[in-house]
Design a protein around this ligand. Structure first.
Ligand code: UN1
Length: 513
């Protein structure tokens, strides 16, 4: 039955022949090794995609370069019109694309649909932005001179995305890059390649309908070596990469070596502080969703709870009860809360983390474990776990992409909790649960959270696209999505114009001939 459904879904997304080498457009060149995409939902093979060889990559870059020459000349609001059409097409295809995300990646259907909604939202945002790519004007120190700045497209933007948000993260980048006048080459995660094929089909159709070159949107597939084609390539002025801190360091140094720009969205180690003035209901829902949503595979997932000693037992016992109610199983079944991990390698890391926390002196209060038997044939379903631990444990300092929550206790004032919260290398998302204005404001102040995202009475995950998304320290410092994140996709130019018959020099320098 499952297979039938997914075949239907693939058909609606126009993926009859999945092998990327068989498509017509220049973007589907793939003469390299085959990548098989297995669903973590039931372990079945969904399809195969051929990866991109160096020769294929050269063709893709040429296609992108030539498309850029057309695209950059189109007025930005007209580029916005293309993005508007793309957003509308996503509205039409929300259900099948959400299903594919859910089936290929393993997140709940609700979250799969939510991911497509994020794509639609960023398109809307980008359409408005296409009329607002403004620079500043400033007064020149010289008479009869005008000075201002403007933003121009960069060229080709390389996007490297992770399996956990197989479509949304691409769209955050592309929607902004496109209205900025850039063209994109996307290397999707080899763990969710079909999602990239589906997205490419959708945008390719829009471009065709508008008589625009398909090279405005390109995809390449394969492992990290295919990503390296781009990171080492001087023709790609910006690399936007989402993934682990380890990967980000390699990307940053490779791109930095050639003085390219990189936008990095790397690991998080996100915490919620629960103070004596916290609303317990909000705190528990926020913590449980943050820890087990997407099976703990968001970079904004809640990894640590920092609980005041006066609240500790209450929070602990309520959490234990809440975890008993979690239903683990097929994420396409809306009754289930927790789906599978992406693959068996992730299950192995989950198991190793649980073992490590016990070795380091932690105490498992909700034991984890790998599920087997009917409905769990893929071997990727695990039980969310909770461990009482200490912040300095090596495993607590480390981001494990799985539903493991660490409980940490604090005493005294909220400044002690903030110190624990900041006492990790990562700096993505953070939250405080409190109705106390002083605690909340201190948490948000310059002496508070050191993360890129700091929330009050909201959990750590589920950021909206309207704000800039990203974090500090080992999270990489990049900002994507809303606010003025668009600026990284453009190059700034300062222009000074002399409309007199004289040539006065700046700084009052005299140079008479
Ligand atoms: C990610 O996990 O890579 O805040 C991004 C959230 C989402 C984005 C997560 N909007 O949970």
């Amino acid at each position: 039955m499952e297979t039938l459904t997914i075949q239907n879904t693939l058909q609606k997304l126009n993926i009859q022949k999945i092998n990327s080498g068989t498509s017509t457009g220049a973007n589907f060149f793939g003469n390299g090794a085959e990548i098989s995409s297995f669903s973590p939902v039931d372990g079945k093979l969904i399809g195969k995609v051929t990866s991109t060889t160096k020769e294929d990559y050269e063709k893709v870059v040429k296609t992108a370069q030539s498309a850029f020459k057309t695209w950059r000349l189109m007025p930005a609001p007209q580029r916005g019109e293309i993005v508007r059409q793309f957003g509308n097409k996503l509205r039409d295809l929300k259900k099948p694309l959400g299903e594919l995300v859910s089936y290929e990646m393993g997140k709940s259907l609700q979250e799969g649909l939510g991911e497509v909604q994020e794509m639609i939202d960023i398109c809307d945002f980008a359409v408005g932005l296409s009329r607002q790519l403004h620079g500043l004007t400033m007064h020149s120190e010289r008479p009869g001179h005008r000075m201002y700045e403007q933003y121009h497209p960069l060229g080709i933007v390389g996007i490297i995305s992770a399996f956990n948000f197989p479509v949304a993260v691409w769209s955050w980048n592309t929607a902004l890059a496109w209205i900025s006048g850039d063209v994109c080459i996307w290397k999707a995660s080899e763990k969710a390649p079909l999602c990239s094929i589906a997205c490419q089909h959708i945008i390719a159709e829009i471009l065709k309908e508008n008589n625009l070159p398909e090279g405005i949107s390109c995809i390449i597939n394969g492992d990290y070596k295919v990503g390296e084609f781009m990171t080492t390539d001087k023709r790609i002025p910006l690399i936007s990469a989402t993934g682990s801190t380890r990967m980000g360091k390699i990307v940053a140094s490779t791109v930095g070596e050639r003085l390219g720009k990189s936008l990095l969205e790397l690991g998080g180690n996100n915490a919620i502080i629960i103070t004596p003035d916290a609303d317990i209901k909000i705190s528990i829902i926020g913590a449980v969703f943050g820890a087990v949503g997407t099976a703990g595979q968001r970079c904004t997932s809640t990894r640590r709870l920092i609980i005041h000693e006066s609240m500790y037992d209450l929070v602990k016992n309520t959490l234990i009860d809440a975890y008993k109610q979690l239903r683990i199983g097929n994420p396409l079944d809306e009754h289930n809360h927790v789906g599978p991990l992406i693959d068996k390698a992730a299950v192995k890391m989950y198991k190793a983390a649980l073992q490590k926390v016990v070795e380091e002196g932690g105490n498992l209060i909700v034991e984890g474990g790998v599920l087997s038997g009917e409905g769990y044939e893929s071997g990727c379903y695990v039980k969310p776990a909770i461990a009482e631990a200490e912040n300095h444990f090596e495993i607590v300092q480390h981001e494990t992409f799985a539903p493991i929550l660490y409980l940490l206790k604090y005493t005294g004032g909220v400044e002690n909790a903030i110190e624990i919260q900041n006492g990790v290398n990562q700096g993505l998302s953070s939250a405080i649960m409190t109705n106390n204005l002083r605690e909340a404001e201190l948490f948000l102040s310059q002496a508070g959270s050191d993360c890129g995202i700091a929330n009050v009475n909201i959990g750590t995950s589920g950021a909206e696209i309207g704000g800039a998304f990203g974090g500090e320290k080992d999270t990489g410092g990049g900002r994507e999505s809303g606010s003025d994140a668009w600026k990284i996709y453009m190059r700034r130019q300062t222009n000074t114009i002399n409309y007199t018959t004289e040539l006065p020099l700046a700084q009052g320098i005299k140079f008479d001939l």
